[in-house]
Design a protein around this ligand. Structure first.
Ligand SMILES: [Zn+2]
Ligand SMILES: [Zn+2]
Length: 429
């Protein structure tokens, strides 16, 4: 009876999986060669399918699977019993529900909880296990917002962060298509540490903004860069990366100036600073010539006619930002800086303060992303269906099989994948 029930539920579940759009597949521990992992049911029931054949109709709370990589395939044990070696293992949550924990046991990693389904097989390069968590878009976005923004801010800030995370998801939905999933869980895509555990307001913010994204004037999802604190002024995109994007413009920001990331200071030996500058073409007789000030953000550290990119200096000396002054003090230089992070796009601490003071997420987004529109993707699709207007965007990430290239079907616009991929969130703090 239990078996029949299980099979019926699996059939319903698989059917709903195929019909139910807005599922996201996330590659877990993607940058780690996982040799062994433990899957444990935390709530609900899971059907275990091996090589597309039902192996166990239902395992419940407390049951676990041990998965290990071997040269002949994927070795599976369930609660200690050896089940054999397979090409793939799927743990499908009954009724599209269920929560499981996943722990890498080789190499060891912290354990995280995940919603809905897990698919496991050997990685294509044979280095270990490929583990994919398939779940509803809103569950995924809630986890991302918590990982990127903590859980102590106001709802309007969480809505802002949810819209940005969704914009990124839609723009990069096929980023890992060749790997067999949509996005990875690292900073290469968007940080994701599983199920939201601490803050229900984030889930509400994600639900209330469902379908909402930010697009540029060419109707493409923007690159939603953000950082911890701009120090009072954000950066032009081209001052940090190569591309000049019309919406990533420098803006003044008074909201973040009293926040934790607003100020920093660092002492560096004058000899080290001088040597570095000398290697980069700035040679001075008098060390006082090395002093430098930024009343507003600059792209270069300049001494006379010579200059070095501030981003290069930031990287070399591990500085919190490029927005700093230099003063010579005895045998040291003292760097007095403002802000934390690359400075492009939204300033999180400024946005948090704007939300504290009652501003709506739309106002916050439009302050940091110029020449953009906030649109509801779902409504735009239904409008399109009615109007047959080819200038409205048509891209549906859940039906589009092609990699990150053309985002919209619009004869006047094409999106170059290199432009999309030039920006990642690697420098987000
Ligand atoms: Zn990635
Ligand atoms: Zn700021």
């Amino acid at each position: 009876m239990r078996l029949l029930c299980g099979i019926a539920t699996i059939a319903t579940c698989l059917f709903s999986l195929s019909l139910c759009a807005q599922k996201v597949s996330v590659g877990l521990f993607f940058d780690v060669p996982v040799k062994a992992a433990t899957f444990a049911v935390q709530s609900g029931s899971y059907a275990i399918i091996v090589d597309d054949t039902l192996l166990v109709a239902a395992i419940d709370r407390g049951a676990s699977m041990q998965l290990s990589h071997s040269s002949s395939g994927l070795r599976l044990r369930i609660s200690g019993d050896n089940m054999g070696v397979f090409s793939s293992v799927k743990a499908v949550g009954m009724g599209d529900e269920g929560v499981f924990s996943l722990t890498c046991t080789n190499p060891m990693s912290p354990s995280y909880s995940y919603a809905q389904h897990a698919f496991i097989r050997s990685a294509d390069d044979g280095s270990g296990l490929l583990i994919v968590n398939q779940l509803n878009e809103n569950f995924y976005l809630s986890g991302v917002v918590e990982a990127e923004a903590g859980c102590s801010a106001r709802s309007e800030f969480f809505k802002t962060q949810a819209i940005l995370s969704r914009t990124y998801l839609y723009a990069h939905f096929n980023r890992h298509a060749k790997n067999g999933f949509n996005l990875c869980d690292g900073v290469h895509c968007q940080a994701y540490k599983g199920l939201l555990t601490r803050c229900r307001r984030i889930r509400t913010a994600v639900n209330e903004t469902e379908g909402t994204i930010v697009i540029d004037m060419k109707k493409r999802p923007i690159t939603p860069s953000f950082h911890a604190n701009c120090g009072g002024q954000t950066c032009h995109s081209e001052n940090v990366w190569r591309e000049k994007l019309p919406y990533l413009r420098s803006v003044k920001d008074d909201y973040c100036k009293q926040q934790p990331g607003a100020r920093w200071q660092k002492r560096i030996a004058l000899s080290e600073w001088r040597d570095y500058m000398s290697r980069n073409g700035i040679r001075v007789k008098n060390p006082m010539q090395l002093e430098f000030a930024q009343l507003s953000r600059k792209k270069y550290y300049e001494v006379g006619e010579k200059k070095v990119e501030l981003t290069k200096i930031r990287q070399r000396f591990g500085l919190r930002s490029t927005f700093f002054d230099v003063r010579v003090a005895g045998s040291d230089v003292v760097l007095t800086g403002k802000g934390y992070g690359h400075g492009v796009g939204m300033c999180q601490e400024g946005a948090i303060q704007m939300a504290e003071q009652g501003l709506k997420c739309e106002n916050i987004l439009q302050r940091y992303y110029k020449n953009t529109r906030i649109v509801n993707f779902n409504q735009a699709h239904s409008t399109l269906a009615m109007q047959q207007d080819s200038t409205l965007f048509l891209f549906n990430p859940w039906r589009n099989e092609t990699p990150d290239t053309t985002i919209f079907i619009d004869s006047t616009v094409s999106v170059d994948s290199s432009e999309q991929q030039a920006f990642t969130q690697e420098d987000v703090h």
